[in-house]
Design a protein around this ligand. Structure first.
Ligand SMILES: [Zn+2]
Length: 256
């Protein structure tokens, strides 16, 4: 059986797939917020409109080989493209290296590659892409149920619990966060199960720390600064993915 190959092999396969999904994430990040089609026109230079050749579509390497310039017109190509691709590849490879070629590894890789375009788009546009989050949440629920059918209710309850909690906050403090954060919490619960609790604790602690820092730096003006919350949720999700179970154990010990 192919799954019998060493974990390192599957980590490399996941890394390559992650790079390609990262390349698609750059397309989503540059087109989805403007409502443009994701498939037409084909990838092109935004300066000279030249359609990119196959070699120019190779993630990261093409950017390095061309030293971040368009081959046709020499216009600079943002470092964000290879950065997004690399982050996606590294998160996918790391998930399989850490959790093995298992359902857990698949869910962790799915979470990682989904969070990359979410963070990129939220930082730039203060929007969370439904296009990424909702299908990823549905697949994550299916993977979670497949991983442990007898305890199918764990990912379902965690997704609904985390989503419901965020919905309540969104409802009570409409200016505090966007509805996209509610949907992102669904995805986090579906992948993380009970670890979604420490994920939210880390996210809110990070958001509060930045809020205090902004107040200290800018005083009353800080109140009018809209800070996207998606990157904090993403950071909390990744922390909890790796350390959530031990964090839960720590709480449980102290609560007796
Ligand atoms: Zn060009």
């Amino acid at each position: 059986m192919l799954l019998g190959a060493p974990t390192a092999y599957w980590a490399v396969v996941a890394g390559v797939l992650g790079l390609c999904l990262g390349s698609f994430a750059t397309v989503v990040a540059s087109r989805w917020p403007a409502g443009a089609s994701l498939v037409r026109p084909r990838s092109h230079c935004t300066s000279c409109e030249r359609t990119l050749g196959a070699a120019e579509l190779v993630p990261v390497l093409s950017w390095l080989a061309l030293r971040g310039r368009c081959r046709g017109c020499g216009a600079g190509v943002s470092w964000r493209y290879p950065a997004i691709e690399l982050a996606s590849g590294a998160l996918a490879a790391g998930a399989i290296a850490g959790f093995g070629p298992t359902w857990e590894g698949l869910a962790a890789a799915l979470l990682g590659v989904s969070l990359v375009p979410v963070v990129a788009i939220d930082l730039e546009h203060k929007l969370i892409p439904d296009l990424v989050v909702l299908p990823a949440a549905a697949v994550a629920l299916a993977v979670g149920v497949a991983a442990d059918p007898a305890r199918w209710w764990v990912p379902v309850a965690a997704a609904l619990g985390a989503g419901g909690f965020m919905f309540m906050l969104w409802f009570l403090y409409p200016g505090g966060m966007g509805f996209g954060d509610v949907k992102l919490a669904l995805l986090m619960g579906a992948v993380l199960g009970a670890s979604v609790v420490p994920a939210l604790v880390v996210a809110f602690a990070g958001g509060a720390a930045l809020g205090v820092a902004l107040l200290a730096r800018f005083g009353a003006r800080a109140r009018r600064m809209a800070v996207p919350f998606g990157p904090f949720l993403a950071a909390g999700a990744l922390v909890a993915l790796w350390w959530g179970p031990s964090m839960l154990g720590w709480y449980a010990e102290r609560l007796g």
